[in-house]
Design a protein around this ligand. Sequence first.
Ligand SMILES: Nc1ncnc2c1ncn2[C@@H]1O[C@H](COP(=O)(O)OP(=O)(O)OP(=O)(O)O)[C@@H](O)[C@H]1O
Ligand SMILES: O=P(O)(O)O[C@@H]1[C@H](O)[C@H](O)[C@@H](OP(=O)(O)O)[C@H](OP(=O)(O)O)[C@H]1O
Length: 310
Amino acid sequence: MAQETQSAANCPEPLTVPDGFEWYDLQIAGHHQSVVKNGKRQIGFLKNKSTGRILKPVQEGLLGSSELGFYNTVFVLRRPEKPNDDTPSTADDPILAELAPFIPIFYGTNVVPMGETGHLFMQLEDVTAKFHRPCVTDIKIGAQTHDPTASQEKIAYEKRKCPQAAQIGFRLLGMKVYDASTLRVISKDKAWGKTLQAEQIPSALEGFMVGRNRTYQLRVVESLLQRLHSIAAWFERQRRFHFYSSSLLLVYEGDEDAASSSSSDDQLCDVRMIDFTHVFDANTADTNYTYGLDNLIKQFEALGVKLRKN
Ligand SMILES: Nc1ncnc2c1ncn2[C@@H]1O[C@H](COP(=O)(O)OP(=O)(O)OP(=O)(O)O)[C@@H](O)[C@H]1O
Ligand SMILES: O=P(O)(O)O[C@@H]1[C@H](O)[C@H](O)[C@@H](OP(=O)(O)O)[C@H](OP(=O)(O)O)[C@H]1O
């Protein structure tokens, strides 16, 4: 696909963030204000400083409307019986209700005054918010990343982007890890993720655990696995959707003291599905997604075995 990605120089200026908001600084991948594509500067994710919620820009056209449609299918926003509580309830359909805990809570849309007319955003729960030192990685799931409506040009572009992902079934889009041994944040970007070959995935996932003792690493891996298995079990049951180019966001607590002071694993890690711009109604199992998810689970299981040996 003839797409031109430029750096910021000589390009349209980034929009100014209005009072009460800031750019979201824990973003791993996705649309970002530093990127100019096809002559247009992207709008990145914002954080609402008072609510703590993330604002994801609604993408133009079908991509934006289908992601909004997806969130609106899972979450029922209006709660007239509780006018002061805007926490959405979940749809009655059991398969949707079971999906809800695996995705960020959706609090409806919001127009933020940016640029000449303002921009439409989705308000989402910030999955990293409950952690003191969040360590985050975004992993795109599926051997096939183009959806069933993709043009031949788009299919070729997606296949060319990272050919080994078709075999691996997932792609690391990057990570931000707080290295407790150096007190530094290590960042890896999309370019790094694209170069990883199958045999390099184990050390890349080990890198997600950098700078901590084995016992803590093992605790995190086991907890991540538990959540990954729960999502996989939902995929075993569901026949309603096929997810293309969607990601899993894996987060764990980089501050071991904070994690230890809580008895619950909820403060240790979280795993959520994100990015629903290419979700399609279906009536068969999503084998493209489950292939990738199963492989990711196998990788973390192998890491667990390795950590237990040492
Ligand atoms: N609810 C959330 N909580 C915390 N971080 C999030 C959340 N949603 C998205 N992110 C962060 O924002 C990044 C981009 O998200 P997402 O993939 O949804 O964006 P996008 O612009 O649709 O991406 P793409 O360009 O691939 O379509 C993720 O890598 C993650 O770091
Ligand atoms: O949704 P669309 O319009 O099909 O857009 C693509 C999709 O969102 C991918 O997630 C994205 O990047 P990655 O696969 O690298 O995450 C890709 O960027 P790219 O053009 O920079 O590859 C987009 O073109």
